[in-house]
Ligand binder design. Structure first.
Ligand SMILES: [Cu+2]
Length: 161
């Protein structure tokens, strides 16, 4: 399966929106008419009250949660392996859009294992202005493909005051 047009279109829209906002900031035009930029990094729980779980649409969540900013922290909360949790979640960072669309973990990096989501959760800082593709690694991409457990963010640069 290749890239679907819908995926690509959504991605481009977000990139364009991001660049546009960034451009507006760079020119020094007041952003008061746009969403106001938070001044300090935020801590954002992935999925909100749903946390990191099978059967939740994280692409929609991330889309609606935009914009994210550089140095914001994403928190992944999920249950550790147990008798009733035999397909525990994890967190992968995928290298590109195609891996993301296809839920291909081959060249992904496992950034959180099955037990790191407990307690305060696994924390990941969006350090750079670049797309981040997240996925669950359970069952070689099954949760990614069929459980909605993937999303991407393109954090914007914060304005300097
Ligand atoms: Cu999972």
């Amino acid at each position: 399966m290749g890239l679907t047009h819908t995926h690509l279109l959504i991605f481009l829209l977000i990139v364009c929106a991001s660049v546009f906002r960034d451009g507006v900031s760079a020119t020094g035009v007041s952003s008061s008419s746009c969403t106001s930029t938070p001044r300090s990094p935020r801590r954002i729980t992935v999925g909100g009250s749903a946390r990191w779980t099978f059967g939740f649409n994280y692409s929609t969540w991330a889309f609606n949660r935009n914009p994210f900013y550089v140095n914001d922290t994403l928190v992944f909360n999920y249950e550790p392996p147990s008798e009733k949790n035999i397909h525990p979640h994890s967190v992968y960072l995928l290298p590109d859009l195609e891996s993301f669309v296809n839920c291909n973990l081959t060249n992904g990096v496992k950034i959180a294992n099955e037990t790191q989501g407990t307690g305060k959760g696994f924390r990941f800082v969006l350090k750079k202005w670049k797309p981040y593709y997240f996925s669950c690694g359970a069952s070689d991409g099954y949760h990614c493909r069929f459980g909605g457990m993937k999303f991407f963010v393109l954090p914007l640069r914060r304005r300097n005051y």
